[in-house]
Design a protein around this ligand. Structure first.
Ligand code: ADP
Ligand code: MG
Length: 264
């Protein structure tokens, strides 16, 4: 499974034919029943190609997190279809969806969601533990992921000993350690100040550009959405607007690398 899920990305380098990664058709999500029924998603059609960096915006309650949960195989549509690299996700069993999550997806949340009283290193190793990987391999991969996000030397610090920006970097390292195809970030800078937010965004941009990782990121902040290639606006459970950002590459400084970020 993981071999086909890890086919090389193309769109990141501007290659001719972008490969579809995500295809949502008529996706709905209904919570509750009877008079308490609520339609969080009301027919979402969305295509995202390999190597894209998409920002999802929209008012509170418009269905952004519901959409992310479906993209992340944490939830399933009430109706409609979700294909991931052509694979019909809703036809997979619970265990197969878990495998897809562990091998192809990475998650970043607003609240970091790190285990307290657990070192950065152990937090980052966790997804590999779930995958049953050996201790030495886990340790090597976790150190490498922490170095990628500029946290070499911080392996043994617990979340309480790290700043908010550093905690989010640990969370990004935890998402990266499985070498994901798709990174899903739900308001990743929502708890950070502007300078820290920009650092996190530059890190995401470099992961997208240099590793070809596809990113879907929910944000309320236009300044953060401006880093993406494309902005999808959700209103009342539907895609109301889906706009490319034509000048996002020119606006950015050329190629912020992880190495440079590590020194910042
Ligand atoms: P957003 O992330 O854009 O703020 P959400 O996707 O979290 O929106 O929620 C969309 C709507 O669906 C909201 O009105 C919310 O109350 C409702 N909703 C989300 N999750 C559930 C749930 N598990 N049970 C009932 N209603 C839910
Ligand atoms: Mg939300």
């Amino acid at each position: 499974m993981s071999a086909s899920l890890h086919a090389p990305a193309q769109a990141a380098t501007g290659a001719a034919t972008p490969t579809p990664l995500i295809t949502l058709s008529g996706v709905t999500r209904v919570f509750g029943s009877g008079s308490a029924e609520f339609q969080a998603l009301r027919g979402v059609d969305l295509n995202i190609c390999e190597g894209e960096f998409v920002a999802v915006m929209g008012p509170s309650g418009s269905g952004k997190s519901s959409l992310m949960n479906i993209l992340g195989c944490l939830d399933t549509p009430s109706a409609g279809s979700y294909r991931f690299r052509g694979l019909e996700v809703q036809k997979l069993g619970r265990d197969q969806r878990a495998l897809l999550r562990r091998h192809a997806l990475g998650f970043i949340f607003q609240g970091f969601n790190l285990l307290a009283r657990t070192s950065a290193q152990e937090n980052v190793e966790l997804p590999l533990l779930y995958r049953g990987e050996m201790a030495t391999d886990r340790a090597t991969a976790a150190r490498k992921a922490l170095a990628t996000v500029g946290l070499a030397g911080w392996e043994h610090h617990t979340p309480a000993e790290l700043s908010g920006g550093q905690q989010q970097r640990v969370a990004i390292a935890r998402a990266l350690v499985t070498d994901p195809v798709l990174l899903l970030a739900d308001e990743p800078t929502g708890n950070l100040d502007t300078a820290r937010s920009q650092e996190i965004m530059e890190l995401l941009v470099s992961l997208n550009r240099e590793r070809g990782i596809t990113i879907v990121m929910v944000t309320h902040e236009p300044d953060m959405a401006a880093y993406a290639h494309r902005i999808v606006h959700m209103v009342d459970g539907r895609v109301a607007l889906d706009l490319p950002q034509l000048h996002s590459d020119e606006r950015r400084q050329p190629g912020p690398s992880s190495a440079r970020l590590a020194q910042a």
